[in-house]
Design a protein around this ligand. Structure first.
Ligand SMILES: [Ca+2]
Ligand SMILES: [Ca+2]
Length: 153
């Protein structure tokens, strides 16, 4: 087992299939549980965050990886769109969504307890949310959307 920018990596020497079946159900969490100092316990797990709004960044063009800022009512964090998925190149949602993904980490300095990133596996991991919360609806309407300058990384 090694670490890469705080992300625990398994160096795999052999893999055997123990039992075929469906992927594990995601654990439903809030952004506060993924915050600096808090996310370590969930690293590497499949999780889902509901009632999420993208507050800056876009999914970017095809074959690009992009970091976006997301928030629920509890905290703000990072959504990472990896170019290996089928998400890059698709329109960035403007409404409230539920996002399933694996929790990764990119943190270049000790104590390696920050920089958690939610990494959805495919476009199917991002679903519209039926959240009735007015807070999010107001924010979504105020959002400048595609007229805003986008930061590229
Ligand atoms: Ca870690
Ligand atoms: Ca891609």
């Amino acid at each position: 087992m090694t670490q890469f920018n705080g992300l625990t990596e398994l160096t795999v020497t052999s893999v055997s299939l123990l039992s075929p079946g469906a992927a594990p159900a995601p654990q439903v969490v809030t952004m506060a549980q993924l915050a600096d100092g808090a996310g370590e316990a969930l690293e590497g797990l499949l999780i889902r965050v509901d009632n999420v709004l993208i507050t800056s960044g876009t999914f970017g063009g095809p074959n690009t990886s992009n970091n976006l800022t997301i928030t629920d009512r509890t905290a703000t964090g990072t959504l990472r769109i990896d170019s290996d998925t089928d998400i890059d190149g698709t329109p960035t949602p403007t409404g409230v969504v539920s996002i399933t993904g694996v929790l990764g980490q990119f943190d270049g300095s000790a104590p390696f307890d920050s920089g958690y990133q939610l990494l959805p596996r495919s476009i199917g991991d991002i679903a519209p949310s039926g959240c009735p919360c007015h807070h999010h609806r107001r924010r979504a309407r105020r959002r400048p959307g595609r007229h805003a300058p986008t930061r590229r990384r």
